[in-house]
Design a protein. Structure first.
Length: 668
């Protein structure tokens, strides 16, 4: 009876909660219907689409990098090409234990574990987890075999084929050719601006970073191809039948090689110039050009660097050494640095003085070793002076006092007009980046820039190529080329043509005449007469062939060649120490040396400028000038050299003798 009564009481409790359970059943039913509806939508409505997405996740695109175009010299000899390489990559997306993975890879790749970890973490922050990280580039065959053996156990590890740049001349010409590197995160949006989607650069792309590699990057860089492989959930390649994938594999895309660039550079001459700088232990630069059309024949900087280091990822210690080197090996000194030209500028002052009728070929000034202007003596490099000299002897012996007088009588404004007419202080327009313009000052420039009037004494220092005057080695070579050709000033250029992989020329660059200095232009009133060029050329020939010529020891016997030495004092010295032996000073306090030349005198085939930093004298550049001119003429004009070597005699140049003059030294 008690049991029955308990059942009755429990039944009443069930009835009390039964209504509440109905709400729970309803919620469960609604959730079930939602799940069922979602599954029906995904599998029935969207089933085919998601199946395709799933299959696509099984397919991994592997890029086939396009080889960059070759860089060739004027005769088709290879200067820069590309070589296949293998790189080890690790994809953060698939990496489970980075520390453990790095520990396993470090001994195989001869790397530090922490270095691997840092590379992956840095890339993960900058590029996300999906971009493969290059752990080591340009691995050897033994390393490839070891990686292939262990990658099945290391998720995300892979060996990719790449292409590295190969600079056949090594350090020679590095500043001209430039180097390549992986595009940075900051460069991507800048370089992609204005590009269509098919042509956009992507993270990991290799681009030109400096020099010709950067300037002609669009032409040199080809179009990458792609191939497709099936991968498992860990991103590893698998052997599976393609028939299991509904859409099949996308077609493999062939890469398109970049176009080849043919330069005006002569490989052999480039090598001669660089080896001469090294042999003579010179710091500075060399540039040689054809004055008859503006073609650059050689462009050398010393010290230099090996751009091949950049192709495989430059080590931190080498990079630090390059950027901290006081002689700036990364800069192209030929166009990016400008310097006082020293006595090489005297040829331009001579042209100005003859053109303005300040002097005649027979006019003389007396040089006692100094000229006193105001209370200050302006010294000649020859302590005891040169005596009475005319324009021929003044240029042959590089008499400073003679040109002090010309500077005072001409004034800076007239000097500036002729200097600019011959291309100094103005960008040449060469097809290279970051060219500097230099500076040819005048009275208006000083007033505008410094807020001061031009002082008479400043004419003296500027007349001998110091003071405010700054020129690049390329400008000086161009100016001496114009003197040699008697006024023809061609725009220098280094890229001759761009050729596609099939050998078809896509673009050719022809000589451009900037102006003829013998012809008056609408924009100025400067004109240089042919007889003025003849006088100055004859005087410059004496620099090599004359008994007192400052370039006498660097002549090519039997060959008429014209040029000028120049010495640039970098610091002010006391009257007692100004004539002290330069070589006894600290390197940084030693004078810079210049030499510019053209050859042969009649119908010049080559013009060269050499800047020897801290070389003490202009003659420091002499051996390089000799080697470059001789090598070029020997190769392209062997009859000229053969005739010169056959005679082995200096050709005397007949010049007017000094005559009595009233322009003797006086205190001013």
């Amino acid at each position: 009876m008690n049991a029955y009564n308990d059942w009755i009481e429990n039944s009443d409790d069930v009835k009390e909660y039964q209504e509440r359970y109905s709400y729970l059943y309803g919620i469960i039913l609604v959730v079930f219907l939602i799940l069922f509806g979602r599954l029906w939508f995904l599998q029935i409505i969207k089933g085919s689409e998601f199946k395709r997405f799933s299959e696509q996740n099984q397919i991994k695109e592997e890029r086939n990098p396009a080889p960059r175009g070759m860089v060739l010299d004027r005769n088709g000899q290879i200067l820069v090409d590309s070589l296949p390489t293998f790189n080890v990559t690790l994809t953060p997306q698939y990496t489970v234990n980075l520390e453990k993975t790095a520990l396993e890879l470090a001994p195989i790749l001869s790397l530090n574990k922490d270095e691997i970890v840092e590379k992956v973490k840095t890339s993960r922050k900058q590029n996300g987890v999906f971009k493969p990280v290059r752990i080591k580039e340009n691995i050897n065959r033994d390393e490839v075999a070891k990686i292939e053996a262990v990658k099945i156990d290391i998720q995300g590890l892979n060996v990719e084929m790449g292409i590295k740049r190969n600079y056949l001349l090594g350090e020679n010409g590095a500043q001209l050719f430039g180097y390549t590197g992986e595009i940075s995160r900051e460069e991507l949006p800048v370089l992609n601006s204005g590009r269509n989607e098919d042509n956009k650069l992507r993270a990991g792309d290799i681009i030109g970073k400096s020099g010709l590699e950067k300037r002609t990057d669009t032409e040199l860089r080809g179009i990458d191809g792609a191939q497709f492989v099936e991968v498992d959930a860990r991103g590893r390649g698998v052997q599976a039948g393609r028939d299991l994938i509904t859409g099949g594999f996308p077609d493999e895309v062939d890469s398109v090689p970049g176009r080849n660039i043919t330069l005006t550079i002569d490989k052999d001459l480039q090598q001669v110039a660089y080896e001469s700088m090294l042999k003579n232990k010179r710091i500075g630069s060399v540039v040689a050009l054809n004055p008859a059309n503006g073609e650059i024949l050689a462009m050398v900087n010393a010290p230099s660097f090996d751009p091949n280091h950049f192709s495989t990822g430059i080590p931190t210690d080498i990079w630090a050494e390059l950027v901290n080197d006081p002689f700036k090996p990364l800069r192209n000194k030929v166009i990016q640095d400008h310097f006082s030209p020293g006595s090489t500028f005297k040829a331009i002052v001579a042209i100005a003085a003859l053109s303005e009728k300040i002097i005649t070929p027979s006019s003389t000034y007396f040089c006692p070793g100094f000229l006193k202007y105001g209370r200050r003596p302006y010294h000649c490099w020859m302590k005891h002076g040169h005596g009475a000299v005319n324009i021929y002897q003044a240029l042959e012996r590089s008499c400073d006092v003679f040109f002090y007088h010309l500077g005072l009588e001409l004034g800076i404004d007239r000097i500036a007009k002729y200097a600019r007419r011959l291309g100094l202080g103005i960008r040449t327009g060469i097809n290279l980046d970051n060219e500097r313009g230099g500076l040819i000052p005048d009275s208006e420039w000083k007033k505008k820039t410094l807020g001061e009037e031009w002082q008479g004494g400043e004419n003296l220092s500027n007349a001998i190529g110091q003071g405010f005057i700054l020129v690049t080695p390329l400008q000086l070579a161009q100016a001496y080329g114009a003197i040699g050709t008697e006024g023809l000033l061609y725009r220098p250029f280094v890229v001759k043509k761009i050729v596609d992989a099939d050998g078809h020329a896509r673009q050719e660059f022809n000589p451009v005449l900037a102006h003829d200095a013998k012809v008056r232009e609408a924009t100025d009133d400067v004109i240089i007469a042919p007889e003025t060029f003849e006088i100055v050329k004859k005087a410059l020939t004496l620099v090599f062939s004359g008994d007192h010529g400052t370039g006498h020891y660097y002549r090519i016997p039997g060959l008429d060649m014209g040029g000028k030495t120049g010495t640039v004092q970098l610091f002010q010295f006391t009257a007692e120490s100004v004539f002290a032996k330069c070589e006894s000073r600290e390197l940084k306090q030693r004078n810079n040396g210049w030499m510019a030349a053209f050859a042969p005198e009649k119908d010049p085939k080559i013009a060269v400028a050499v800047h020897a930093e801290h070389g003490c004298h202009g003659t420091a550049a002499g051996p390089v000038i000799h080697d470059v001119i001789y090598a070029y003429l020997k190769k392209y004009y062997p009859d000229t050299i053969a005739e010169a070597e056959k005679s082995k005699t200096k050709k005397k140049v007949v010049v007017p003798k000094p005559v009595e003059t009233t322009n003797e030294e006086t205190d001013e």
